[in-house]
Write a protein of this length. Sequence first.
Length: 192
Amino acid sequence: MKIVCVLGSPRPRGNSTTIARLFCETAEKNGAEVRTFALNKLEYRGCQACMTCKTKLDKCALKDDMSDVLEAVREADVLVLATPVYYGEVSSQMKGFIDRTYSYLRSDFVGNPNPSRLKPGKRLVFIQTQGNSDEKSFADIFPRYDYFFKRHGFTDNILIRGCGLMEAGDVDRRIEILGAAENAADILTMTA
């Protein structure tokens, strides 16, 4: 099983990164091959709306550090997206990556019942952390991106969410969140 982990936090020891690392370590112990990309260390631009991916190529035309990430996702069975919530949304680093996944859609994606160029059946693990302890706050983020990734052919997507995690290291005291990451890794890798 191939897993690609995309870290959206600018903090190398941030809470979303900690959860993602635990998920990936557990998956590796179970035999999965894991490749991790820390978006904040890459040089890339957001989608330029050039439409080349719909008119001339079947992939993004931009040639930057994101090219390797997008190609790795094509080959992966599982995609892990880990992001903190900043100003009520995924981090800008993560949003830039998500916008570039527009290139996975076919040119006729609007009316096509199979709009994605990716092989179907991939799984998404969405890790979302936020300082706000109110679970109702920002509960709209995962459903929105779950919709888009289902259009890409991802099925049975998993949310691992941590609320009330403001300072780096706060998640270390939240056994239920860390346990959810380990359990998700076990379920995905042992059923493959």
